[in-house]
Design a protein around this ligand. Structure first.
Ligand code: TYC
Length: 99
């Protein structure tokens, strides 16, 4: 049997880490600042001070990073934001992208 190359040995034994996904909130003209702060505290587990800072970042620069998660957790956060926004009739949107 042929001897395995270092590359082949590495491929077999290296730890594989799951990809991570950044979740962003997007700005709009209609969602209230209080609602965005509440979303950041309840869905993204931010303190009031962190939530207010992220909300203002989104308000001024059109989007803001809320957290970095594995695929399924990021997807769930986006769905939770979408559902809460819809229930409250706000157009707030969240997006995710690979880190
Ligand atoms: N721009 C909104 C306003 O002036 C506030 C806002 C902040 C909306 C962050 C969405 O993700 C957002 N009421």
């Amino acid at each position: 049997m042929a001897t395995k190359t270092d590359y082949e040995l590495h491929e077999e034994t290296a730890l594989k880490y799951p990809k991570k996904y950044k979740v962003y909130l997007l700005n709009d003209d209609y969602t209230s600042m209080e609602f965005v702060v509440d979303i950041l505290m309840t869905i993204f587990h931010k303190s009031y001070e962190e939530a207010e800072a992220i909300m203002l970042e989104v308000h001024k620069h059109e989007r803001g990073l809320c957290g970095v998660y594995t695929y399924e957790i990021a997807e769930t956060k986006v769905m939770q934001v979408t559902r809460r926004a819809k229930e409250s009739a706000f157009p707030l949107k969240a997006t995710m992208e690979e880190e």
